[in-house]
Design a protein around this ligand. Structure first.
Ligand SMILES: [Zn+2]
Length: 167
């Protein structure tokens, strides 16, 4: 994985090792909560796999991201598999780094959406992808210390993927 901010690394670790305070995990710890259903869709039990992979909020975002990048759609079963796909997908090195940044940012944003469902104003579902594509969130997340390849320019990141000259 590329160098990412510590907060993103910590999040990934917590997701992969199922350490996030999802409703399922809270119930398992005997925490009294009103429901163990997903905070985003209210349809299924909220565990890590649901939040980041199975929830329609997440699955719709992943479909859009993969289409956007014009990559063959991977079989995503859980976040570990998703990271494995990023690691093994056949791409030139620089594109792979950009893919890593985009995937990590997407995971981060899905969690932000889930955490903000009951806040006002709530983040829009469509906002996850739109903000991602605009590069704004990528930059906000990674801008400290020029964390993306030593460059700040969001256009550069996107151009790397689409073989466009950075303006
Ligand atoms: Zn859900």
């Amino acid at each position: 994985m590329v160098f990412v901010p510590i907060k993103v690394n910590v999040l990934l670790w917590r997701v992969v090792y199922n350490k996030l305070p999802t409703r399922q995990n809270l119930v398992d710890r005997n925490v009294d909560i009103p429901s163990f259903l997903c905070q985003s869709c209210s349809l299924e039990v909220e565990d890590c796999k649901h939040v980041f992979v199975d929830c329609e909020v997440a699955s719709q975002v992943w479909i859009k991201v993969v289409k956007w990048l014009d990559l063959p759609f991977p079989l995503i079963i859980n976040v570990t598999e998703l990271l494995y796909w990023v690691d093994t997908v056949s791409l030139p090195d620089l594109k792979k780094k950009v893919l890593e940044v985009i995937v990590l940012t997407t995971i981060w944003m899905i969690l932000q959406y889930r955490n903000n469902v009951f806040r006002s104003p709530a983040m829009k579902r469509s906002g996850i992808f739109e903000t991602l594509v605009s590069g704004v969130y990528i930059i906000q997340l990674f801008k400290k210390k020029n964390e993306i390849f030593g460059r700040k320019d969001k256009k550069y990141i996107i151009c790397v993927f689409f073989d466009e000259p950075a303006k």
